[in-house]
Design a protein around this ligand. Structure first.
Ligand SMILES: [Zn+2]
Length: 872
């Protein structure tokens, strides 16, 4: 008994049921799959467990799931390992905002322990919610192996890595992780150091002050932050600058607004002679560039601002004031002493905290760093080697260069954060002594207050998740086959994962690294909550179904490039899903009722039609190309080829043509190809393909997810034959000619075809040519002949086609007259334009020429129409 299928596909009726049956089958867990064809592993990037999934997450997941499903069908033992990230600073900021809003309290009201516990529960709750969203996307991940970055077993490995790096000492006593004073990006709001990549830039208008430290100082400098000048220890000038050359090397003792400074004049070729006064006041403690100059020139480092954004002791009246108050006071004082020469407004880039948008205060601070170029094991050199040698292959290839240049410019990595959320640094202090160990060294030792930069733990995700070093999974699945991530986290995550994995496991973390672009709105703008232009993936899934959302993210995007997405595109793919559903309804009703294809090889038999041979030829090519495209990470290309085949070749032609053909193997061909086509579609549209697969009412049909990926084997005995294309071209040409000549659809016509050597081919397909909406009643086919009068003429290659009786004489006369009238108007307008001196002289040459060409074309067209009119 076959059950009738609904006329339209309703995703809501199928998706949850199907997902449940997949989960219950156990096939998401590789332990239930055989490894005769090898293993395939993809560790999924853990989303931050403090919110919900956005469209960017989904666009990555659909790629990862596509790869997983494809490899599972290739017979591999597939592990997609899911997880969640505690996301250090970001989650702490989210949670602090939440308790502020809901209870009016800060983390200090709760205290470290309680605050940590509350965030932990919050993250677990969000993780549950997000896991259900991930299921909705159809993610075929092994949930029994899911990890959280704060699982004790994960933390243990992360801390061990830190301890190992601390114990990595070179022959000069330098450690791979060290505690040191360095200039860092400080967020006064978060109260924490930030990595360079956690800093963003916002354009702002600022005031640039031109002044001298004191009356007896020879050089005027310019700055937007006069309050930091309390910490100046040098003035840098370009060594080629004739104005200042003579001062190089001199030291001046000056009194700047009541504070004594010692200023050395130094030369630095990076100074722009034309910016400001061409001289730069060097403030080593509060500018990263100046810090570097201080290192190179052995300058004193004077800390002016503390971690609360307040001026330190020892700076006269300014001590205790915040930076803005101090700025106002200094400007006032400089004005009073007539030291300010001028003030300019200009636009500059303000560095802000990526998480809370507060202005960054560069500070010198004591932090933990990773030496990225250590003598025993240079993290950056090893990473460079792995990428250059393509031990790690990068897709798209243009990101290889980005990655290498990023590696070349990387500085030591500050890994301590002054926050409470995250694993605490396992360093212990007692009486000025430091010990690094996972457990406390004993009584009286206090642990470092700081926690790790979140990327120090997620950077180890590739192996911590697999139970490195002793776990079975680690032996079986490491290094993984592919890592997929958004291009925006290349410097944050990809690089860190590579260096930490190379150090800890002495192997690359993955063999292939694939970057997705960002998803933008339909106008190409960045999606954001405040702009309200975001696309909520779960809303879209509810409205259009998961498969439509997946396709809209996969087709029309190229690797690593941003893509635009609007609701319309998703709706379009919903329609496509419906089309596929209806193709199945038709095939099921006509061909799958009583028989289901086995996997035998197809054989040509005598009554095979040209259409059969053609569709098999096309399908062989499709299997080949889709497989190759997926292997090469060209998912959009693969999906587009599938779409074109399904909609155009399969539905519009083969299926329509079949209504005129009843040869022996027709049913077999339909079943075999459609069965394989559904398999090819499965990684892209898992739900509807599974629903179609299950609709065939066969007891021996198992789940589609573990069916074998189609190969050419079954089709190879059928020779390639594309001659049917000519029949398609003829039918299309006749349809187009009718449309162009506005022949009413109901009007029947006669066609005379002069076919050269193709006479018998065309005659054999006479009923098809007549049947396929060409409106041809009578078909005369000859090798060649005289040109008939008053016929519409079209050609396909060497073949001439004349349509006779297509034209209603009166109507056609009127149509021609109207067209001629319209053209006359156009000619008049164009001529007057070209007679207008203003236009001809002022408009750019190509535009004027274009008008001239148009005029010529109009005149030619009118001649041809007049000729046609004469013939009536
Ligand atoms: Zn901040």
């Amino acid at each position: 008994m076959t059950k009738d299928l609904a006329k339209t596909y309703t995703p809501q009726e199928h998706e949850d049921k199907i997902y449940k049956s997949w989960e219950e089958s156990g096939f998401f867990n590789p332990d239930n799959l055989s490894d005769t064809k090898g293993v395939y592993c993809n560790i999924l990037p853990p989303p931050n467990s403090n919110g919900e999934l956005h469209i960017g997450h989904v666009s990555g997941y659909v790629v990862m799931d596509l790869l997983g499903r494809y490899q599972r069908m290739r017979g591999k033992k597939v592990l997609l390992l899911p997880g969640k990230d505690h996301a250090g600073i970001q989650t702490q900021v989210v949670y602090e905002k939440k308790i502020k809003k809901e209870k009016g309290i800060s983390r200090h009201d709760l205290g470290r322990e309680k605050f940590y516990k509350e965030i932990y529960d919050f993250c677990i709750d969000r993780a549950d919610y997000m896991r259900n969203q991930e299921r909705k996307i159809g993610l075929s991940a092994d949930w029994s192996r899911e990890k959280f970055t704060l699982n004790p077993d994960i933390i243990k490995v992360v801390l061990e890595t830190f301890v190992n790096m601390y114990n990595e000492v070179d022959d000069q006593g330098k450690r791979m992780v060290y505690r040191g004073e360095r200039i860092i990006n400080w967020c006064p709001r978060c109260g924490s150091a930030l990595a360079d990549v956690e800093v963003e830039h916002e354009e702002q208008s600022a005031k640039l002050y031109y002044f001298k430290y004191s009356k007896d100082f020879p050089i005027t400098i310019a700055t937007t932050r006069p309050e930091t000048k309390l910490g100046d220890t040098a003035v840098a000038i370009n060594p080629k600058d004739e104005r200042y050359k003579k001062y190089i090397g001199k030291v001046y003792e000056v009194n700047f607004c009541g504070v004594d400074l010692k200023i050395k004049i130094i030369a630095d070729r990076h100074i722009d002679k034309d910016f400001g006064t061409g001289a730069l006041g060097v403030t080593p403690a509060h500018s990263a560039v100046d810090w570097q100059m201080a290192q190179d020139n052995d300058l004193e480092i004077v800390k002016v601002i503390n971690e609360q954004g307040v001026i330190n002791k020892g700076f006269a009246d300014f001590s205790g004031k915040n930076v803005l108050e101090a700025r106002v006071l200094i400007v006032k004082k400089l004005k009073k002493e007539k030291l300010i020469e001028k003030e300019d407004e200009f636009n500059n880039n303000l560095s802000v905290c990526e998480r809370c948008r507060t202005a960054i205060e560069p500070l010198v601070s004591r932090q933990w760093f990773v030496n990225v170029d250590h003598k025993n094991f240079s993290l950056k050199q090893e990473a460079r080697k792995a990428i250059e040698s393509e031990e790690i292959k990068i897709y798209p290839v243009k990101f290889k260069k980005v990655m290498l240049s990023w590696i070349d410019n990387v500085h030591d990595w500050c890994i301590s954060r002054q926050i409470w959320w995250g694993p605490r640094i396992p360093a212990w202090y007692k009486d000025g002594e430091v010990k690094v160990s996972i457990d406390s060294p004993g009584n009286g030792w206090t642990q470092d207050e700081d926690t790790f930069d979140t990327w120090f733990s997620s950077g180890q995700w590739a192996y911590t998740t697999l139970g490195f070093p002793a776990g079975d999974d680690s032996k079986e699945y490491y290094p993984s086959n592919a890592m997929v991530m958004g291009r925006d986290i290349l410097p944050f995550w990809a690089f860190r994962m590579i260096i930490l994995s190379l150090y800890r496991t002495k192997q690359e973390p993955f063999k292939n690294l694939y970057f997705t672009g960002l998803v933008r709105d339909e106008k190409g703008q960045k999606m954001s909550k405040s702009k309200g232009n975001g696309i909520e993936p779960l809303d879209m899934i509810k409205r259009y179904g998961t498969d439509a959302v997946r396709l809209s993210l996969m087709i029309g995007s190229s690797p690593g490039n941003d893509m635009n997405l609007g609701e319309e595109k998703i709706a379009g793919f919903r329609n496509f899903a419906n089309k596929l559903w209806n193709i199945n309804r038709y095939i099921k009703e006509h061909y799958i009722k009583h028989a289901f294809p086995d996997d035998d090889h197809l054989r040509e038999i005598t009554d095979d039609t040209l259409a059969d041979k053609w569709i098999i030829t096309k399908f062989k090519k499709l299997i080949n190309e889709v497989t190759k495209d997926i292997e090469n990470y060209q998912f959009s290309q693969a999906g587009e080829k599938l779409r074109v085949f399904t909609w155009n070749e399969w539905a519009d032609w083969y299926l329509e043509v079949s209504k005129f053909e009843t040869n022996t193997n027709k049913g077999l061909y339909f079943r075999t190809i459609f069965k394989d086509l559904i398999k090819l579609w499965h990684p892209f549209m898992p739900f509807i393909t599974e629903a179609i697969w299950q609709s065939w009412d066969r007891k021996d049909v198992k789940l589609l997810i573990i069916e074998k990926w189609p190969t050419l084997d079954r089709y190879k005995k059928i020779k390639d034959d594309n001659s049917f294309e000519l029949i398609i071209e003829i039918i299309k040409a006749i349809r187009n000619a009718r449309a162009e000549n506005k022949v009413e659809p109901s009007r029947k016509v006669k066609a005379i075809v002069y076919a050269n050597d193709k006479v018998s081919l065309i005659k054999e397909n006479e009923s098809l040519i007549k049947g396929m909406r060409t409106g041809i009643e009578e078909l005369e086919v000859k090798e060649s002949g005289k040109k008939p009068e008053k016929a519409i003429f079209v050609s396909v290659g060497e073949i001439e086609i004349y349509l006779i009786g297509a034209v209603d004489k009166e109507k056609e006369k009127n149509r021609l007259k109207n067209s001629i009238e319209r053209l006359k108007q156009l000619i008049k307008m164009t001529e007057s334009k070209l007679n207008d001196k203003n236009f001809v002289e002022r408009a750019p040459e190509p535009i004027v020429n274009k008008e001239r060409i148009r005029l010529k074309e109009f005149k030619e067209e009118i001649k041809s129409l007049e000729k046609q009119l004469d013939s009536f």
